[in-house]
Each structure stands twice: as C-alpha cells, then as structure tokens.
Design a protein around this ligand. Structure first.
Ligand code: ADP
Length: 488
C-alpha cells in the first residue's frame, strides 16, 4: 500500500498510451517521453507504464535498452474474463519503463478510428494493469499520473469499480488533459462490463448527455487536473473553449492548473541535430542558411530570395486549414513560398496537393509522417505557420523558435503563452488575432514587411526565440510541487 512522507522521494507512475522514443502519434508522446526523465533528474522516483504496441519492444531493444521480464503475470478481470499481460521492465537507461505486453495491443494503430465498447478495451486493460503493478512489481507509487482519455479508466476505476474501490489504495491521481477535443465517448452502460458500479452512471459521475464520457469521469475523480498551458487552462473553463466540459471544469477549478509543456532540448537542438544537413546556433546562423538551401533544393526550387513558410503537423481541423487554404492564392501573389509536411484529413491533404499542382514553384507538400523531413522543415524555413483554431500547448512553435524560424501563429492556448508579437518586448513571431483568412493574411503581411525591410529586426526576433528556455527545467519543478501538495 502506498505511503509517503515529505522527506521521502516521491514515487510517480506515468501511464500513457504513447511516448517517444517507443511510439508516437502526436505531442502527447513527446511530453511523456521527456517529462518523466526530467522529474527523475530533479529527484522523483519516476517511472512509466506503456503498452507494448507492435514494434515497441523492438524499438526499446534497438535503443540498446536491456529488458527484463517480470516473472509474475498481470491479471485483470474485464467482463468476467481474466485478461493476462506480461510486464517487461528496462533495467538500464535514464528512466525505468514498464512495457505491458498483451494481445490487446497487437495489430493496433494505437488510437482506434472509432471508439466503441470493443476498441476501448486496450485502454481499459492498460489502466487496470497500472493498478496491479504494485502487486506484480513490488514497487508502490504514491502518485499515478494519467494522460488523456485513454488512461481515464484508471481514475474511474479507483472511484467506481466494484472491486478496485474496495482495495483501499492510497494513490493520489493527476490527470493531464493534453487535448480536450478527444474525451472518450461510449454507451453509458457498456462500462458495466468493466465492473463499473451503478453510482457512476449519474450526472455527478461520468454520465454525459445519456452516454459515458471518460474524460469527465477522470476530471471528477482525479486529485488534480492539469493541462498543458496556462491559457488553455483558462480557455477550457469557458463555454466557448470547454468542448462541452467547460461548466464541469469550472466547478472543479480549485484543482485545475495549466503547466506549460517543455521540450526535449537535447533532441531538439539545432547545434547537434543529426537530421539536419548543417548545424547552427544563435551565435552563427550560417548552418541555417545551408538548411534552407538544402530544403529548397530538395523541393526542386531555385533560390530567388522569396520567403519560405514551412509547417509540420497533423492536417486536421484543429490546425486551422480552413483559414489557411483560402489564404494560399494571396500568399502566392505576395511572393511567398510554402512547404507543408503532415497528414490527416483527406480533404486537406488533397487541397494542399492541388495547390502544389497549381503553383509548382510556390507550394509544395509532403503527405506522411517523416522525422527527418520535419526537422528539415523546422530548420529550413524563414517562417513557421501555425494558424490553429485551438492549441492546448503546441510543441511545433517551440521547436521552430528554437530553430530560429519565426512562428506566424494564432494567439490561442499555448501559442499565446509562447509566441509574442514582433516589436513587443520579447517579440519572437507574428500573431493571428482574428480566426479568418484575413486575420492570417494580416499576420503574414506584417511578417513579410519585416522580412523585406528589417533584416536587423528579423534577426533580433530570431535570437529572442532561440535564447528562450523551453526545457523541462522550467516546468518539471512545478509538477514536483504539485505532487508534494497532494501527499498527506
Ligand atoms: P499535436 O500534439 O496537436 O499533434 P504538437 O505541436 O503538440 O501537436 O506536437 C506535434 C508533434 O508531432 C511535433 O513534435 C511535430 O514535429 C510532430 N509531427 C506532427 N506531424 C508530423 C509529421 N508528419 N512528420 C513528423 N513529425 C510530425
């Protein structure tokens, strides 16, 4: 059973569906791959539990990590069936990681296209297995730190599972909302099959418009709720930004906090990045010019002095494609070049490809996921486009700032906390204030003005961005304090 006093090292188990360098869908993987190691460096006994999706164990071994099989199996009851998993633990490396192996995680693409009572089961198994870890591994965390809807069943089980709530765990739980857009909706009574008791199925529990909302259950049940930037923490408590949970989050505001994400600054470092054709730092940007030339060459474009706007990310509604696409003709007319890397909604992928067919010397795209191309786009651009409709934190703008590529970003969520308008103190980019093609073009117009007419100012903004501290050194201590405040 978990016990703690303030003189002891805090023991924290992070539970997540994804984490770099083992498996990644989006920014959540970056955060979970870098926050626990920094917490460990700052003195916490921090560990990570991750599903062994296809290729994950091989990825760990390829990184040179040694894996030990834990002799006891992890047995979890779901719908009267005992589901068995095998736990592997790294015995070296900077962070102890437990990999949970089970048929639930085989042949899956991490997140299902459609969430239903069957496709949610890998996440239920992961969540319940976390509650068995103390028995199986003989390590008893004080804090269970869950990330997004996929690990919400853990917090739900502590409060409402007929068996787990009787076990009298002394865990404190932290639930981090990385993106409120994905809440995990299921038919209400399908949770009976997990062993969830009837008292969960009310408006004070996880009932939501007649269905079950996993994120709602986790917000109600968690000891603390964090999200990934201060502005987003405020936005999600409003009707407009709350995605249907604004009122709930307001009523729990005493335990909601926004803590800005950090970046793995050893990985994202233009001075050492092995995926770049040349390295550079804020003191000498010669290498950045080489990266730019290499990117232009790769795209089949001749250098003609035109500004290059790049972007890396999921091509989905959230990222502002509905204001970007109508702005492209004007951008081309104004002499901009545009390179977009990413994948997502079919209609956006097609529209971008059509634009590159129409303006082959000005618009180019890479549809797919490619780490090397992403690094080259971050380094090779003059400006980085991020016109997001909403953005919980956003890592891409942090990376672009670190790589000396000035962001043109919507003033929303974590973007508003990290991108500051050119000309203001600490100015490092250009803000889109109005969510419309005109709002985006207005910011691009200001960016072009500086690009063409104020080389010194452009350089100063680059240096301001590159000199900023985006490491976890800033935010990991805030999590540490939060954990401490939760212990008895
Ligand atoms: P989100 O989590 O909403 O997708 P973030 O900005 O928080 O957005 O994080 C996105 C992360 O995923 C960044 O590290 C970005 O470089 C990476 N990424 C997104 N799309 C691609 C892609 N197509 N190829 C390579 N990396 C990508």
């Amino acid at each position: 059973m978990a016990t703690a006093d303030s003189s002891k090292r805090i023991k924290v188990l992070h539970v997540s569906p994804e984490a770099v360098p083992f498996c990644k869908v989006g920014g959540l993987a970056d955060v979970v791959g870098s926050l626990p190691p920094s917490l460990k460096k700052s003195g916490a006994d921090c560990r990570l539990l991750l599903p062994a999706w296809d290729g994950v164990l091989d990825a760990a071994r390829d990184k040179g990590l040694k894996l030990e099989r834990i002799p006891r199996s992890v047995d979890v009851a779901i719908d009267w069936r005992v589901c068995r998993g095998t736990l592997w633990k790294t015995s070296d490396g900077e962070l102890p990681v437990y990999f949970l192996e089970s048929p639930f995680f085989q042949g899956k693409n991490i997140y299902p296209q459609q969430l239903d009572p069957e496709s949610v089961l890998p996440f239920v198994f992961l969540s319940f297995a976390a509650l068995e870890l103390e028995e199986v591994s003989e390590w008893n965390p004080d804090i269970l730190h869950c990330h997004d809807w996929g690990t919400a069943p853990l917090i739900i089980a502590l409060l409402w599972h007929k068996y787990y709530r009787l076990r009298q765990f002394e865990y404190r739980t932290v639930f981090t909302i990385h993106n409120l857009a994905h809440q995990g909706h299921l038919p209400l009574y399908s949770l009976r099959d997990w062993g969830i008791a009837e008292d969960a199925f009310t408006m004070f529990g996880l009932e939501y418009y007649g269905g079950a909302n996993l994120m709602k259950g986790a917000v109600v049940g968690a000891s603390a709720v964090t999200t990934v930037s201060p502005t987003y923490a405020w936005e999600i408590q409003t009707e407009e930004g709350g995605a249907g949970l604004g009122g709930l989050l307001r009523s729990h505001s005493h335990k909601v906090r926004g803590i800005l994400n950090g970046l793995d600054t050893a990985y994202w470092n233009p001075l050492t990045d092995p995926l770049l054709p040349a390295n550079y730092s804020q003191k000498d940007l010669t290498g950045k010019k080489k990266c730019r030339n290499a990117l232009l060459e790769q795209l089949g474009w001749k250098e003609d002095g035109r500004p290059l706007f790049t972007s890396v990310g999921r091509m989905v509604d959230q990222k502002g494609f509905d204001i970007l696409l109508p702005a492209i003709p004007r951008m081309v007319e104004w002499g901009c070049r545009l390179f977009l890397a990413g994948s997502g909604q079919h209609e956006y992928e097609t529209a971008i490809q059509e634009a590159s067919g129409r303006w082959p010397d000005s618009v180019a795209s890479f549809i797919g996921y490619d780490e090397e191309i992403a690094h080259q786009a971050y380094a090779g651009g003059d400006f980085f486009l991020m016109p997001s409709k909403f953005e919980p934190c956003g890592l891409s703008q942090l990376i672009s700032l670190r790589y000396g590529t000035l962001p043109v970003a919507r003033s929303v969520g974590g973007l508003a906390d990290t991108v500051f308008e050119y000309g203001a103190p600490g100015g490092n980019g250009f803000l889109i204030f109005d969510y419309s093609p005109e709002g985006l073009l207005s910011a691009i117009g200001r960016a072009l003005d500086v690009f063409w007419n104020d080389a010194g100012g452009y350089r100063a903004a680059q240096v301001s961005g590159m000199a900023s501290d985006f490491s976890w050194d800033r935010s990991a201590p805030v999590y540490h304090d939060l954990y401490r405040s939760l212990l008895p």
